[in-house]
Design a protein around this ligand. Sequence first.
Ligand code: GAP
Length: 495
Amino acid sequence: MSAPNMDVLVSLAKRRGFIFQSSEIYGGTGSCWDYGPLGVELKQNIKRVWWRDFVQERPDMVGLDASILMHATVWKASGHVDNFTDPMVDCRECKRRFRADQVGDMAWLHFCPATKGNKFTIPAGGPCPHCGATRTLCPECGKGELTAPRQFNLMFKTFMGPVEEDAALTYLRPETAQGIFVNFDNVLQSMRLKLPFGIAQIGKAFRNEITPGNFIFRSREFEQMEIEYFVNPNDRMDGRPADEAIHDTWIEACRAWFVRYGLAADHMKFHEHETAELAHYSKRTVDILYKFPMGWSELMGIANRTDFDLKQHSKFSGKSLTYFDEERKEHIVPFVIEPSAGVDRALLAFLLDAYQEEEVRGEKRVLLRLHRELAPITIAVLPLLKKRPEIVSTAHELRTRLAKRWRTVYDDTAAIGRLYRRQDEVGTPYCVTVDVKTVGDREKGEAGDGKVTIRERDSMEQIRVPLADLDTIFGRLMGETAWSEVAAAYPRAEG
Ligand code: GAP
């Protein structure tokens, strides 16, 4: 079950330190977001597993970290100066700005003449049920006329150096991809790569979106995880041009990656771009859509960018950006397959899919069933009684020990039941409880058994294990071993 609506998630994200509105104490900005203590861990984990799975574990991939500010001509060559525009319309009354192609999809405010000017919100596209009018004015204020559509470039302009003059004008990058294209030859030569190979990059991108919104789904500053996978278009695979066959391989690899880290397969679907919808550089683009609360929307795109970018940069820079095909003894310009994902959108989808509400012994339990490798906290060490110094010190020592390998926290700010609920709500897969039996009771002359309780988040099952086994147990759990297999080797503890 996904979160019932975005508001529930926004509220959880703020309350539990995942995501805050940027500059909130100044009234905030709806278009930028700050990741709090748990959000930053979740985001790092998403980037870490993506980099590991798509870069470090593959023999045909390398990474890059290019600068955000680039030579202004990059954006001329890439087509962004001329083509990276959205048509927008302005309200002459309230001055709000809308994307011309989206204004018809919005619910609209209407002062109905048939009901003495009463105010109604009419669903998108619909006529007023009282007077039959359709929307012609501003959908937000219901009063102002809209201007004719004008093209608006989405790139943020800035100036490099101390003088704000046209010669110093450049842009904040609107995609990380171009940093890869302009470094194609540097990477090729320094790493002695053979086609097909890919270059990956994770980093910030900036777009002056006309209508940012839906929480972190569309913001003006966001992060991308992009791969440019270079292919020899003269090669053939499975009886097809290699770029077309490899494009299909990447589409499936991306879908499978999201499933592996927790998205339900039926919450995703593909969207094949129509010819008219294709970006200026693309031969074919397939988006992976996710069932967000506002409807099916783009999670990521996988495009066949052909040789467009390398040829453009070669033309504008005067440098040859080719690859020498040893077999055919010819210089070619590789084609590029580009899987491009937004970190923030991936994070939003993982949170939505993980959110679950259930009833346990008559009480509501909220939990995030986050994949163990994504969860911001892997292990919470909890003392059953914080008045007992031996319990507290054992728990602190344990946290220090486990924190060397996994994100581990100590918490003693509430009774155990409440502590478990708090960890469930932020997706912590394992809690370890130190209790009286662990340390014994010196006054009564009772020795401790040196065992602790591990509680698993989803099943709420508890097992009793020796302290000495914890590193091995968590090593297995964080690897491929299922909880049920690990738990089968230990006695159950009382819930
Ligand atoms: N290099 C290709 C490219 O940038 P895109 O479809 O414009 O393609 C790729 O962006 C991905 O980046 C999107 O699928 C989305 O996940 C993310 N993205 C794009 N604009 C965004 C925004 N304003 N806010 C958050 N994420 C965004």
